[in-house]
Design a binder for this molecule. Structure first.
Ligand code: SAM
Length: 335
């Protein structure tokens, strides 16, 4: 890499220094994803520090019903949900993709109130959000035992298998289950199932099918926060891989297909252009209006949820839902 070309201002220099210490997994995934047709980048890369903060803003948007709805479900049914966990003996309360734990804290408070003997094990790919969660738990719930893990779901399951034996209750809230590629939700539940024993439980948040307009608006808010969240991915690649994406030349686009029940989000190139990744010695061309697929958000029917569980070796024990049937937290036991 030729540093002389890039020393025109301090920001560019510090971005290059960052890019020289790049994450090889991010580099490999992005390079491979942008070679594909259609181009794609995994949504797991949304969550750098800025991305995690933007997601916290999304959760407060008037259009973004999932957080509000799941919050209410947990708030109103916390005691019943907690009883389903089985409170007579010790368990690890593992949360995959915990984020800032906003909604989980409802259950954590309830479990402490019920004198449950448990350890909370939040897992997230974003170290920034886990730090925030850890420090808020220390002040808000000082009696809570915690042990967090930073890394992706699959690495976490491997770590959990070795380090967290004994009874487990796994939380997978916020409709993260909907973010996999087609069929990835089943594969992932099967992976979770491998880690579990017959006395273990899983609570999964599913976004349910509803008026397609309500769903579409949740991913395309009027204030443009979701657009900023999607485009922040390019900022991350500029900073971490020395790419030169011009953010004015790309835009956020999203749509919901009520037949498949999937919201797909894209970053669209507004013109023909070439982007160079200086850290990787690599360039990539975009045709005018070519899209990078960045996220899936699957919406489910109750029947699909039960079938998904059965195929993964999990039996539906209870649906916890809201009055409009917008969202469901579904408790499974191991078959
Ligand atoms: C949509 S947010 C939801 C957060 C939280 N579960 C909630 O309901 O508010 C998704 C969270 O999962 C994390 N995440 C996304 N993909 C991940 C992956 N492959 N492995 C681990 N964490 C992941 C993100 O960093 C983010 O904090």
């Amino acid at each position: 890499m030729d540093l002389r070309l890039n020393t025109s201002n301090a920001n560019q220099t510090s971005e290059l220094v960052n890019a020289m210490n790049y994450d090889p997994e991010l580099a490999r995934d992005v390079q491979e994803g942008l070679k594909q047709t259609p181009k794609r980048i995994s949504s797991k890369y949304f969550y750098d520090g800025a991305g995690s903060k933007l997601f916290q803003q999304i959760m407060e948007l008037p259009e973004y019903y999932p957080t509000r709805t799941e919050f209410k479900i947990l708030e109103e049914q916390q005691a019943e949900i907690s009883r389903f966990f089985g409170l007579s003996d010790f368990f690890h309360l593992v949360e995959l993709g915990a984020g800032d734990g906003l909604k989980t804290k409802i259950l954590l408070r309830q479990l402490l109130h019920m004198k449950a003997d448990f350890e909370y094990v939040p897992v997230d790919i974003s170290g920034d959000i886990l730090k925030l969660l850890d420090s808020s738990l220390k002040t808000e719930l000082p009696a809570l035992k915690t042990d967090s893990f930073t890394g992706d779901y699959f690495k976490a399951l491997h770590w959990l298998q070795k380090n967290k034996e004994g009874r487990k209750v796994v939380l997978f809230l916020g409709s993260n289950i909907g973010n996999f590629e087609d069929g990835g939700d089943l594969e992932f539940l099967q992976e979770i199932r491998k880690y579990l024993n017959p006395e273990d439980k899983v609570l999964v948040g599913f976004d349910l099918r509803k008026d397609p307009r309500t769903i579409r608006q949740a991913y395309d808010d009027a204030a443009g926060v979701t657009a900023a969240f999607n485009l922040n991915l390019l900022k991350r690649l500029n900073r971490e891989l020395g790419a030169d994406f011009n953010l004015n030349q790309f835009e956020h686009f999203t749509d919901y297909d009520p037949l498949s029940g999937v919201v797909k989000s894209y970053i669209v190139s507004k013109k023909q252009q070439t982007v160079t990744f200086s850290a990787l010695n690599h360039s990539i061309s975009f045709a005018a209006w070519e899209a990078i697929h960045t996220e899936n958000s699957h919406k489910y029917t109750p029947v699909q949820i039960e079938e998904l569980g059965e195929k993964a070796g999990l039996k539906t024990e209870q649906f916890f839902t809201d009055e409009k049937h917008y969202f469901a937290d579904v408790l499974f036991r191991v078959i």
